[in-house]
Write a protein that binds this ligand. Structure first.
Ligand code: ADP
Length: 447
């Protein structure tokens, strides 16, 4: 096992990783920008190294600085968390080349799944159903237009290097195709330095359902059920739940089996999430994330498995310690992503936290790096807390979530807590009757 792990991230996830290491007897090294000197994970870690100025490209994305911090502290493993360098195959390569262990999947699998066109082709070959779309990346505009006609409008133009919904354009008719293609290409070039795009049939009322897996590189893969992340705004998840209110046991087992079989063929290592759209009883693969996800705690709640701990064990060379038939799903869990933003305009609201009180009690978990007096810096993602609630069943979970949101006090800055309280009161949500476009339609009606 590692003696010392460097945490190449910030905020709530850096704290989450620190906690797992601590409980495993592993020393932690925090790295931080000059904007994060007083961050909670920096305070708690055994050692801390400042790796650059506030801009992420100069600090959290600065590979030489992260490696130098690993070198001077004698770290053995590097955990990238989510975002930042977590899905950067070059980083995974350089980490290993310098003799450290990258706590995550292999460089090859990160690279494969990072190219969404290649990923679709590969998983389709492995028996996973995909969204109907263009045959690979688009090269020629006229040919692309013909393919769009064949797929049938509306179509979605997506970036091959995509992430965070960028480079994605919805096209309703052939007249708008050329302009949308140009826009998608230039947005993708600006965001990912890659203008390759592909086409997909636009699904009108799907749910976003993703399957959590873990593998140890020997071909042994276990799935830990699904998460339903259909409550989204601008392709960004707002609230997630597990299990999905839309799946029955048969559908859950069917998709779990398909995913396990495919990933065991490629001997996937570490944590991964296979994302699907689900409509009219059919699953359609959209992408695979080769990292720990923001919403992993709801899976931990219903399985009782510490995903980060298992991920670290596997990175240290241990085999998976459980099999599929050891997994028992218990109850229902919901996560609310609490952001420092206005609940209506969604404008970011960084600044100094005044009073802070996190809810607690049975079945309530708050992953947050906030404390009273902490200054939320303006340079990073606005996620400041994850409220994760577990109950015997969905109704119980909703009651507990309602009272937890009532208890939550985050003074001094504006957060989207009132929006969560409002959304979980809506009849469609109570009935579990919502799809990926539901939230935007709801917000549009309120204006
Ligand atoms: P990114 O990597 O940019 O996050 P994804 O492929 O994961 O892109 O898609 C993000 C979200 O965009 C999905 O959760 C879904 O809401 C929406 N989306 C993606 N593909 C489609 C599609 N073919 N039809 C309708 N919505 C889609």
């Amino acid at each position: 096992m590692f003696e010392k792990v460097l945490i190449a991230n910030r905020g709530e996830i850096a704290l989450r990783l620190h906690r797992a290491c601590r409980e495993m007897g592993i020393q932690t090294v925090a790295v931080h920008s000059t904007a994060d000197g007083d961050a909670m994970h920096v305070r708690l870690a055994d050692e801390a190294v400042c790796i650059g100025p506030p801009a992420a490209k100069d600090s959290y994305l600065n590979m030489p600085a992260v490696l130098a911090a690993a070198e001077i502290t004698g770290s053995e493993g590097i955990h990238p968390g989510y975002g930042f360098l977590s899905e950067n195959a070059d980083f995974a390569h350089i980490v290993e080349e310098h003799g450290y262990t990258f706590i995550g999947p292999s460089e090859e699998h990160i690279r494969l799944m990072g190219d969404k066109v290649e990923a679709k082709r590969t998983v389709s070959r492995l028996g996973i159903p995909v969204v109907p779309g263009s045959d690979g990346a688009i090269t020629d505009e006229d040919e692309a237009r013909r393919q769009a006609d064949d797929i049938g409008y509306p179509v979605l133009i997506k970036a091959a290097a995509g992430g965070g919904g960028r480079g994605m354009k919805l096209v309703h008719s052939a007249d708008a195709f050329a302009a949308s293609l140009a826009a998608a290409r230039s947005e993708s070039k600006a965001a990912f330095n890659d203008d390759a795009v592909y086409l997909e049939k636009y699904l009108e009322r799907p749910r976003h359902i993703e399957v959590q897996v873990i593998g140890d590189g020997t071909g042994k893969i276990v799935h830990l059920g699904e998460r339903d992340c259909s409550l989204q705004r601008r392709h960004q998840k707002v609230l997630e739940e597990a299990p999905s209110p839309a799946l029955n046991a048969e559908a859950r087992e069917r998709i779990g089996d398909v995913v396990v079989k495919a990933l065991s063929e490629i001997k996937y290592t570490s944590l991964g999430t296979v994302e699907f759209l689900y409509e009219d009883g059919e699953f359609y693969f959209i992408e695979m994330n080769t990292r720990l996800q923001v919403e992993h705690p709801i899976t931990e709640a219903i399985t009782g498995i510490d995903l980060v701990r298992e991920q670290i064990h596997i990175a240290a060379g241990a085999p998976l310690s459980f099999s599929q038939n050891n997994i028992r799903f218990a109850g229902h869990a919901i996560e609310c992503r609490i952001n420092a933003e206005d609940p209506r305009s969604f404008a970011p609201s960084p600044g100094q936290v005044g009073d802070f009180h996190a809810p607690g009690g049975l079945g309530v978990r708050v992953d947050s790096a906030l404390y009273s007096g902490y200054r939320v810096p303006p340079h990073y993602d606005s996620l400041i807390a994850k409220l994760v609630v577990h109950g015997y069943n969905r109704n119980d979970c909703l009651m507990r979530l309602t009272r937890s949101l009532e208890e939550f006090v985050i003074g001094g800055i504006t957060s989207n807590t009132p929006l969560h309280a409002e959304l979980i009161r809506q009849q469609d949500f109570i009935d579990g009757n919502y799809h990926i476009h539901w939230l935007e339609q709801y917000l549009a009606q309120q204006d």
